[in-house]
Structure formats: structure tokens, C-alpha cells
Design a protein around this ligand. Structure first.
Ligand SMILES: Cc1ncc(COP(=O)(O)O)c(C=O)c1O
Length: 469
């Protein structure tokens, strides 16, 4: 086949220089050069591998998945979604060119709807004057795209977060060349004493702190970041910013905040009104209370270069979140959200109570600690003396890979398997919780119905017995 020498000359050795064409067969075994991020991303993370392997053999109605972060399908308001789409189509004067490109800051309708929503549904937590002062922008694809964009617009460096960590994000931070300073949490969130000690130990390296990141209902532990702790964290970030003469941003990830279903819990209060130096941002999402597939997330914080860069990054990623979906979300917030929030929270509350009873019944004597169940949809368990990590007896029992046919089931008729997220994947591998993480696990009570979760807990009890033999 004839090649165009001009192209070959340009790509191989510059204009007019000597060049050689690699044989197509030789090319096929060569590797494409990747960036450090591309290289790190070309191997799936251990947890992705585990989930993919499990998904490959998962049997609906037989195996039990307590590992996925999926929401409860029953809480997705399908009829309201259809109504919202029709509502958008029926009102082109309000929802203008809804099937065309959108603007990178987000739909004006949706931004107004979220602000109204925050003022009514988070009344007393965020005041109108603060909201008016701040800028709100819609991410390209959920809160995840906002978290991802932070790694493009902020300088690589140290990210201070809690341990256990939101492993999906911290894993991607590491691939992007960031370092993670994971600070163990207590029952109110990041432990301030340990945080102070770790910051002190950084010495001059503290100049490399890129940002603070905290999840207000932590994933995986569902620990509620108390109001005084979220304020204290802002004070810490403010103090370091003052000392270093630069603004170090702090991001509060509110992913599960609208799922505060324990009526005894103190309502959350935003720190944004107290942010004197303009470093605090909130990242919200509609995924957990409406539908993850809407992919609507927002960033709320001070207008300025960081916010502008984030908006540009949305444009670079895909111009904007799909406009008709933004308009649908606006419609849903304006018309259906109050009832939806009540329904979703009632559903998770009932499940949390039933599952907690099951945890006590089946695992009670073997538990060192049980977190969660007040907001969001995870429990995070620490077993006293049984390891949960991949390769452990507990894990192999539940994955049915012990090698004992009686426990695993006959070939082609494997006994029911249970998947969970091992704590080992959630804690910093070199952090203070590395050892403890080996006895921890996250279980989700969102996706599976209660009877199946109870069945899984009974199997976990059998796995504990097997491990302790
Ligand atoms: C802590 C946390 N932040 C963000 C997200 C992602 O939200 P979104 O669906 O809006 O991308 C999740 C999803 O599970 C999460 O757990």
C-alpha cells in the first residue's frame, strides 16, 4: 500500500528527514505511549477487578450484592421522570432549546431551582443572602465530574481527607499524581487532634497541600460530619491559608446529605455563611434522591478564578450536562421534590432499622464497631477478630471459593455468594487504619431488598464461624 511520504516525513522525523515505516505487524505488538495517568488507569484497580469478576458470574435472585453503590431502584420516581420530560417538551417558552447544546455554567432554570430548593429544603441551614453572594454551577456529569475537574484546575499536591476514604475518588486522585493525607475519623468526622498532628508533621511540605476534601455523610462509613466539626475544619483550612498567604480550598461533598433519615440526628448546617476568606465549596448531587442516571451534580461556592476554571472545564469535557436532563431536573425540583424526599427517606429509614436489627442478631457478638444507618445507605462494620480482606476465610466463604465443595456448592450450582466492599479498599494502605481495615467491611442496604440482606447477614455469620474455626 502506498503511503503519503509527506505524512510519514512529518510524523517520523520532521520535514524532509529520513524515516522508516514500521511493518504493520510490528506496530500491532507495540504499546501506545500513555501519560502517567493513562498508564496508571490502564490497569483496573483491585476493587474494580473484584466487582467486574463478581458481575461476570452474578446470578440474579441467587447471589446477593451488598457491594455496589447503586441506589434503591424502588425509590427512583420513574413516573415523575416521564412527567418531567413531557413537562419540558410542553413548555418551550420556559425550557428553551432543551435538546440543543447547553451553556457550561448550567441551565438557568436548574440553577434557580436548586437555589430555591436549598432555601426551602435546607431552611435554616443556608440563608438567602449567602446563596445570593455565591455562584452555583452544574457539572458535566454528576458530582463525579466536579470532583474530577478539581484535579485539572488545582495544582497537584496533597489532598487532606478522612480515613476511611471515599475510595473511588482517592484512587483516582492517586492515579492523577496527587498524594492523599488520610486522617482517621471519630464519631463526628475527621479527628481534629490527629489532623493537627499530621499537619504539624508535614512541616514545610504543608505548602504542597492542594485542597481539603470531606464527605459530610462519609462513604464508606456513613459517619455524620457534625456541625461543629465541619465548622472546625473550615477554621483549620482558613488558618493554614492565612499562614501560607494563599487560599487553600475546602470541599464539602454533600452526596448523601439529603438522605439524613434518622429523626434524632441534628439537622446539617452549611459552613458557607461562615466562610470569611472565600475558600469553602459544597458539592451536591441529585443522584441519591432522584436518579443517578440524571447525572446532575453542582458546585456551590465563591465566584472567582477557581469557579471560572471549573466552568471552563465543564465546557472542555462536553460543553455542559445534557440540557434536556438539566431542565427535567429543574422541573422535578420545582414540582415533585418534597414528596420524593419524604418517600426516599422513609424507605431508607425502614431498611436501616431492619438491617441494623439483622446485624445485631447475626453479627452482634463479633462486632467491634458498627457505623452508619442514620443517613445514606451504608453500614460500616469492624469485626473483632475476623479478617474480611480478599483472600481471607471470610471473603472466600462468601465468594464460595474455599475449595470445599460442601461450602462452595457443586460445579455449576455454586451456593449463594455475597459481595461487600472489604475495608482494606477503603482505608489508606499506608495510613493509621491499614491493619484495622483488614477487619472492616462496607455493606449497602440500598440495592437489595431487606429479606435478601438478612439472608446475606446470616451467611456472614456462617463466614465468621468458618473463619474462627
Ligand atoms: C461521596 C460521594 N461523592 C460523589 C458521588 C458521585 O455522585 P454523582 O452520582 O453525582 O456523580 C458518590 C457516589 O456514590 C459518592 O459516594
Amino acid at each position: 500500500m502506498a503511503c503519503d511520504p509527506a505524512i510519514g516525513a512529518r510524523t517520523a522525523h520532521g520535514f524532509g528527514g529520513h524515516y522508516e515505516w514500521a511493518h504493520p505487524l510490528a506496530l500491532s505488538v507495540m504499546q501506545t505511549e500513555l501519560s502517567p495517568y493513562g498508564e496508571a488507569s490502564s490497569h483496573p484497580s483491585p476493587v474494580s477487578r473484584m466487582m467486574a469478576e463478581f458481575a461476570g458470574t452474578f446470578r440474579d435472585g441467587v447471589d446477593i450484592n451488598l457491594g455496589v453503590g447503586y441506589v434503591n431502584e424502588q425509590t427512583i420516581p420513574v413516573a415523575a421522570l416521564i412527567e418531567a420530560l413531557q413537562g419540558v417538551v410542553d413548555c418551550p417558552e420556559k425550557y428553551r432549546q432543551a435538546f440543543n447544546y447547553g451553556s457550561p455554567a448550567g441551565s438557568a432554570n436548574l440553577i434557580a431551582s436548586i437555589k430555591r430548593f436549598l432555601l426551602t429544603q435546607r431552611a435554616g441551614q443556608l440563608d438567602a443572602a449567602t446563596l445570593a453572594r455565591l455562584q452555583l454551577s452544574i457539572g458535566a456529569c454528576g458530582a463525579t465530574s466536579i470532583l474530577d475537574a478539581l484535579t485539572d484546575v488545582l495544582p497537584p499536591g496533597i489532598v487532606v481527607t478522612s480515613d476511611p476514604m471515599y475510595y473511588i475518588y482517592t484512587e483516582s486522585l492517586l492515579r492523577k499524581g496527587f498524594e492523599v493525607l488520610a486522617v482517621p475519623e471519630d464519631e463526628e468526622g475527621i479527628d481534629l487532634v490527629v489532623l493537627a498532628r499530621k499537619l504539624e508533621a508535614l512541616g514545610s511540605e504543608a505548602r504542597r497541600i492542594s485542597f481539603f476534601y470531606t464527605v459530610t455523610v462519609n462513604n464508606p462509613s456513613c459517619t455524620l460530619l457534625s456541625n461543629r466539626r465541619r465548622r472546625a475544619l473550615l477554621d483549620v483550612a482558613t488558618e493554614i491559608s492565612r499562614r501560607q498567604g494563599r487560599q487553600i480550598p475546602i470541599f464539602y461533598d454533600l452526596a448523601y446529605e439529603l438522605l439524613l433519615h434518622d429523626p434524632a440526628a441534628e439537622p446539617f448546617v452549611s459552613v458557607l455563611p461562615s466562610d470569611e476568606v472565600g475558600i469553602a465549596y459544597e458539592i451536591g448531587t441529585l443522584s441519591k434522591v432522584l436518579a443517578p442516571s440524571l447525572r446532575i451534580g453542582y458546585l456551590l461556592g465563591p465566584a472567582g478564578p477557581l469557579m471560572s476554571a471549573m466552568i471552563q472545564s465543564t465546557s472542555d469535557t462536553g460543553f455542559s450536562a445534557p440540557l434536556f436532563v438539566q431542565e427535567m431536573a429543574s422541573y422535578l425540583l420545582d414540582n415533585c421534590i418534597a414528596a420524593q424526599l419524604m418517600w426516599v427517606n422513609a424507605d431508607y429509614r425502614a431498611k436501616a432499622v431492619a438491617v441494623l436489627e439483622g446485624i445485631r442478631e447475626y453479627l452482634g457478638p463479633y462486632l467491634q464497631e458498627c457505623r452508619g444507618g442514620r443517613a445514606g445507605f451504608y453500614f460500616y462494620l469492624t469485626l473483632k477478630d475476623v479478617e474480611t480482606c480478599p483472600g481471607s476465610d471470610f471473603f472466600r466463604f462468601l465468594m464460595r471459593t474455599t475449595g470445599d465443595a460442601e461450602l462452595d456448592g457443586a460445579t455449576g450450582q455454586r451456593n449463594p455468594s455475597v459481595i461487600y466492599i472489604p475495608g482494606e479498599y477503603c482505608v489508606h494502605p499506608q495510613g493509621d487504619l491499614a491493619e484495622r481495615g483488614k477487619r472492616q467491611l462496607r455493606l449497602s442496604y440500598a440495592f437489595e431488598p431487606v429479606p435478601r440482606i438478612l439472608q446475606a447477614l446470616e451467611l456472614m455469620r456462617a463466614a465468621v464461624d468458618y473463619s474462627r474455626k
